[in-house]
Structures are given as structure tokens and as C-alpha cells.
Design a binder for this molecule. Structure first.
Ligand code: SAH
Length: 395
């Protein structure tokens, strides 16, 4: 008799699980044998009693998130194997031993077979963000497994789940160190230094997912006047400066973000007069930028967090991109992104292309961008592909 409760699916509802999709929707469940509380580990069976997987239960339309399709005991060794496999992937793609980059994503939810968990590695500190109660309840076990797998590379594990856990859950999470203490906040990405504030900052403190796209931008920046809209900690701005930009303007509506951007500019390019940062709303700032910039970056926050606001979000992308197309200098280059998971690649293209049509400019695609290898997409969970970008040449 297993110590975990048993979730039995309705007849025929096992199909997607047999194709390794890790989510079980509440409508697919026939019955639960034994009591279940949010975050409990449950064993999932088909209607004919075949074993399907082990996962964390949750209140909501996604009722179970599977973390193992094999009948195993999810103990310390099991989680060590998960971290090992994730670390090996990062090692294979060359992220763990580069002197000029010591920040990467270690765990990307379903992409690493750990639905509900994000871990970013910042030069010795792992910042853990649980999006499910199930992952949060085992956070100490996860921290222990990480310590075993990363060894001396790891100084501390910081839990930053208070804002990402479902608000309906009957728990009182508080952010803090699970192990170790704060050492350095300084990280390096492609030779640029950043101060990361995982305690107060957005997400885990830094947008690791734009690393490759920032590098590409640096190759386009030489001699250009650059606008980095939605700059947050200034990532794209340093890449532009590193690439030899003539002028860089960073804009964000958050005063804290602008403070971080200025701090980071001082760290990398002390006293460099090419850079200026502005606290402003994107739509206001972009009212009058006619012929001012050769290169514009638009990396807004997720305009749509749920499917029911998709239409509104697409209008937002269209309005924003229209302003850029209408005003960018002839022969300019636009880097435009969407990080909303519910906005598909096709949705995003349509919004951007109709913005181009409104501006009546001749626009061509130079690159189609996505997320880097440390944000892997599980092919059985295509929902994991969230970052979409286009680099466009505007005549
Ligand atoms: N490009 C950044 C990440 C952007 S995150 C990087 O590479 O790190 C999105 C940013 O948009 C946040 O910093 C947020 O403060 C800012 N923001 C949100 N709404 C805004 C608005 N209406 N105008 C300007 N900035 C906004």
C-alpha cells in the first residue's frame, strides 16, 4: 500500500499522459482514493488501474503536475538525479565553466521535468522560485539536493516564492535563505557585470532568458543611437554600449529599475556619457521620438497572463510596435519581444505585422528569436515555449 493518495482518471483520459504531457486537468479525474490537500504528492492511475505517474496536486484547473512517469520513491536521491540531469545539460551547452558568464537558469519547470519550479544560479547563489505548493513544501529537500549536486559551486539557496505561490493556498510563505548566507550580488554575463537584487527585484532578480539576444544586439550596435525600452536592470543597454553604440537611452516606468540600471552602468562603464536613463511610461516616451533612434528594443512585461485577456494584449503589442515602426530612422533595426506564454508565435507575428502595415514602412525579418538552451522546451509540453522575438529591418 503506497503512502500517497491515488488519483484515478476517467476512461480514455490517460492519452496525453502516455505522451508525457505533465499536466492533469481536474475534469479528467474520476476519483481520488485517500485524502488530498494542496501540494500533496499523489500517484496517478488510468481507469484500468495502470500506473501513469507521480506528481504534485493543486487546487485549480491543473489538478496534478507529474514529475515522474516512472514508479519511483521521490526521495533525496530522486531529486539529486533531477538536478544532476539539469546541471549536465547546462554543462553540455557550455554555461557552467565560462569565466565571463556565471549566471544561468538551472531549473526551468516542465523543461527540466520539474513542473512548478524555477531555479536561477547567480554566481554561487541559487534563487528558488516555487510556483506550486507541492514544490514549496519540499523546498528544504530541494536545497539539500542542490547542495549535493553543485558542491562547492553553491554558497547559498534563497527561496523567493512568496509572490509566485497560488494565493488561494492555506500557507504563509516568507522569502529567505534556505541554506548559506548572502555573499556577493555581483554576477557576470558575457563580460558585463550586474548587481542582482533577488530579495527585492522582479522575478528571481534578473532576466536570464535574454542572454543570447543581448549578445546579438551588441553586434548591431556599433555607431548607433539606441533606445532600450522596458530596460529593467539595463541588460540590453550594456550590450549596446559594449558593441560600440553612439548613444544609449534606457527607459522604464519603475524608479527602482532605473536606479539599478544606473548602478550597473557605473559598474561597467564608469562616467560614460553615452548613456542616459529615464523613468517614464513607454507609451508616453514613444510619443515623440521621430527619427531619433537607429535601433530600438521593445521588451515589455507579459501583457497577457491569462487567455481571457489575449485580445487586449495583442492590441497592446500592436500599439507599441506601431509607435516604433512609425518613428525609427530609415534603415533602422527593431528588436521586439513578447514573453507572454499565452501569446503564440503566430499571434505575436500578426500583431507586429499589422503594426508594420499601419506605419506603411517596408519591413523585413532579419532574425527570429526565442529562449536560450538553459530555458529548454520539453517537446511534450509545447506550452513551455514562451519567449518570442523578431529582429526587423525597417526601410
Ligand atoms: N529587458 C529587460 C527585462 C524587461 S522586464 C531585461 O533584459 O532585463 C519588463 C520591464 O518593463 C520591467 O522592468 C517593468 O518595470 C517595465 N514596465 C512595465 N510597464 C511599463 C510601462 N508601461 N512603461 C515602461 N516600462 C514598463
Amino acid at each position: 500500500m503506497s503512502k500517497y493518495s491515488k488519483v484515478v482518471l476517467k476512461k480514455g483520459k490517460e492519452e496525453s499522459i502516455l505522451r508525457f504531457h505533465p499536466w492533469i486537468f481536474s475534469g479528467a479525474i474520476d476519483r481520488i482514493e485517500g485524502g488530498v490537500e494542496e501540494g500533496d504528492i499523489v500517484i496517478v492511475h488510468a481507469s484500468d488501474d495502470r500506473f501513469l505517474g507521480i506528481g504534485h496536486s493543486a487546487i485549480g484547473s491543473i489538478a496534478v503536475r507529474i514529475f515522474s512517469f516512472e514508479d519511483v520513491d521521490p526521495d533525496l536521491t530522486f531529486w539529486c538525479n533531477k538536478f544532476n540531469s539539469a546541471f549536465n545539460l547546462r554543462q553540455k551547452i557550455g554555461l557552467t565553466s565560462r569565466k565571463e558568464t556565471n549566471v544561468f537558469r538551472l531549473i526551468h519547470g516542465e523543461g527540466d521535468g520539474m513542473p512548478g519550479l524555477i531555479v536561477d544560479f547567480y554566481n554561487g547563489t541559487a534563487v528558488l522560485q516555487a510556483h506550486t505548493v507541492g514544490m514549496w513544501l519540499i523546498r528544504d529537500l530541494l536545497a539539500e539536493a542542490m547542495k549535493i549536486v553543485l558542491g562547492d559551486r553553491l554558497n547559498a539557496v534563497y527561496d523567493k516564492s512568496a509572490k509566485t505561490l497560488p494565493f488561494k493556498a492555506q500557507i504563509e510563505p516568507a522569502d529567505g535563505y534556505l541554506s548559506g548566507i548572502q555573499t556577493t550580488r555581483e554576477v557576470m554575463e558575457d563580460g558585463n557585470r550586474f548587481l542582482v537584487d533577488w530579495e527585492e527585484g522582479q522575478k528571481t532578480g534578473f532576466f536570464v532568458d535574454q542572454r543570447e539576444n543581448r549578445k546579438l544586439l551588441s553586434e548591431y550596435a556599433f555607431g548607433k543611437d539606441v533606445l532600450n525600452m522596458f530596460c529593467y536592470t539595463g541588460g540590453f543597454s550594456f550590450s549596446a554600449m559594449q558593441g560600440g553604440a553612439n548613444l544609449v537611452h534606457s527607459v522604464d516606468s519603475s524608479a527602482k529599475a532605473i536606479e539599478l540600471t544606473n548602478e550597473n552602468v557605473e559598474l561597467n562603464f564608469p562616467g560614460d556619457k553615452r548613456h542616459e536613463a529615464f523613468i517614464a511610461d513607454a507609451f508616453d516616451f514613444m510619443k515623440e521620438i521621430n527619427n531619433k533612434y537607429d535601433l530600438i528594443v521593445l521588451d515589455p512585461p507579459a501583457f497577457a497572463k491569462h487567455k481571457n485577456v489575449l485580445g487586449q494584449a495583442l492590441q497592446g503589442y500592436k500599439r507599441l510596435n506601431t509607435r516604433a515602426f512609425q518613428q525609427i530612422k530609415p534603415g533602422g533595426v527593431l528588436f521586439t519581444f513578447s514573453c507572454s506564454q499565452v501569446v503564440t508565435k503566430q499571434n505575436f507575428r500578426e500583431a507586429v505585422f499589422s503594426a508594420a502595415a499601419i506605419s506603411k514602412r517596408n519591413v523585413r525579418i532579419l532574425h527570429q528569436l526565442s529562449q536560450p538552451g538553459d530555458h529548454p522546451i520539453n517537446i511534450y509540453h509545447p506550452e513551455g515555449e514562451y519567449l518570442k522575438g523578431l529582429v526587423l529591418y525597417v526601410e
